[in-house]
Design a protein around this ligand. Structure first.
Ligand SMILES: O=C(CO)[C@H](O)[C@H](O)COP(=O)(O)O
Length: 290
C-alpha cells in the first residue's frame, strides 16, 4: 500500500524502513533534508495517489500545526493518522475539524521504541471502522508477528487513551524495578546486584522486557556511574494521573512514580527544608546547614 509518512526521527525513520521491508511504498517527509524523500509537505501530498493516507509521527508540540497544514493540502476521502504521543482529548476536536473537509482521522498509540523496527510496534488504534479497515495493511506490517500487539480500541481518541494508560503503567513498572535495584544496592547482604537483576530475566514472576533493558544498562555500566539520577517526563504520566483524578480512580503507584521524577530534578527539596525546619521548631531536632 502507498503511505505518506511525516516525521522521520527515531520512531518515524525506523517505521519507514520496516514498512519498506514489507513491500509498501512509503514517501517520507522530514524537516531534515538528509533523511527526507521530498522537499515539503506539498511535495509529499503531490506524490501520493488519491485517496491518500498520511501518517504523522512528529513531536507532540508540532502535531497540530502539521495536521492543519496537511489538511489544507489533502482532499475528501483522504485519511490522516496521528501516531505521536498526542493527548487523547485533542483527537475528537481534530477529527471534527478534518471531518468538515471529508478527511478521515485515526489516532494510534505506538509502543516499542527504537526496537520496533525488528520486533514490531504495539499499536493501539482509535477511529471509525471504515478508516481503520482501509489502513489495516499498514498496521499489519508494523505490528509484531503473532496474535498480539494490535487493538482497535474504539472510536477516535481510544488509541491515544490506551497509549496514555500504557505509558502510565510504564512509569510505575520502571519505578518498581528502580526501587528494588536501589534496595539491593543499599543492602549489606547482596554482593552481586547486577547478577540478581540478570537472574530474574528467566523463570521469575517479575521477568519483563523492561527488566531485560535494566540488565542491558547494567551490562553497559554496572554502577550506572555515568548517568545522573534525573528523569524528565513528556506528558503521558501526568495525563494518566489527571484522568485518575477526573474519574476518582485510585492510582497510588503511578502517581508516586510520576512524583519521583519531579523529585529527581531538585537540587534541594523546599518541602524537605520545611519538614526539617518544623522538626526543629517543635522539637529542637537538629537541621543540616549548607
Ligand atoms: O511512548 C514511549 C514509550 O512507550 C516514550 O518513549 C515515552 O513516552 C517516554 O515518555 P516520558 O518521557 O514521559 O518518560
Amino acid at each position: 500500500m502507498q503511505l505518506g509518512l511525516v516525521g522521520l526521527g527515531r520512531m518515524g525513520g525506523n517505521m519507514r524502513e520496516r514498512l519498506r521491508r514489507a513491500g509498501h511504498e512509503v514517501v517520507g517527509y522530514d524537516r531534515n533534508p538528509q533523511v527526507s524523500d521530498v522537499a515539503s509537505l506539498g511535495d509529499l501530498v503531490g506524490k501520493l495517489s488519491a485517496p491518500r493516507v498520511v501518517w504523522v509521527m512528529v513531536p507532540a508540540g508540532v502535531t497540530e500545526a502539521t495536521i492543519d497544514e496537511l489538511a489544507g493540502l489533502m482532499s475528501e476521502g483522504d485519511i490522516i493518522i496521528d501516531g505521536g504521543n498526542s493527548r487523547f482529548s485533542d483527537d475528537r476536536p481534530r477529527a471534527e475539524r478534518l471531518g468538515t473537509k471529508g478527511i478521515g482521522y485515526i489516532d494510534v498509540g505506538v509502543s516499542g521504541g527504537v526496537w520496533g523496527i525488528e520486533y514490531g510496534y504495539g499499536l493501539m488504534v482509535g477511529g471509525a471502522d471504515e478508516h481503520v479497515q482501509r489502513c489495516m495493511p499498514i498496521f499489519e506490517s508494523l505490528k509484531p508477528e503473532g496474535p498480539y500487539g494490535f487493538v482497535h480500541a474504539g472510536g477516535v481518541g481510544a488509541g491515544h487513551y490506551a497509549k496514555m494508560v500504557h505509558n502510565g503503567i510504564e512509569y510505575g513498572l520502571m519505578h518498581a524495578y528502580a526501587e528494588g535495584y536501589e534496595l539491593l544496592k543499599a543492602s549489606e547482604y547482596v554482593d552481586n546486584v547486577p547478577g540478581v537483576i540478570k537472574s530474574w530475566r528467566e523463570g521469575t514472576v517479575v521477568k519483563s522486557w523492561l527488566l531485560d533493558l535494566l540488565d542491558r544498562a547494567l551490562d553497559e555500566d554496572s554502577e550506572l556511574a555515568g548517568i545522573r539520577g534525573y528523569a524528565e517526563d513528556t506528558g503521558e504520566g501526568r495525563w494518566t494521573v489527571e484522568e485518575a483524578i477526573r474519574l476518582a480512580v485510585p492510582m497510588n503507584a503511578i502517581a508516586a512514580s510520576l512524583f519521583a521524577r519531579f523529585a529527581s530534578r531538585q537540587e534541594d527539596s523546599p518541602a524537605m527544608k520545611a519538614v526539617a525546619a518544623l522538626r526543629f521548631q517543635f522539637g529542637g531536632h537538629a537541621v543540616k546547614k549548607d
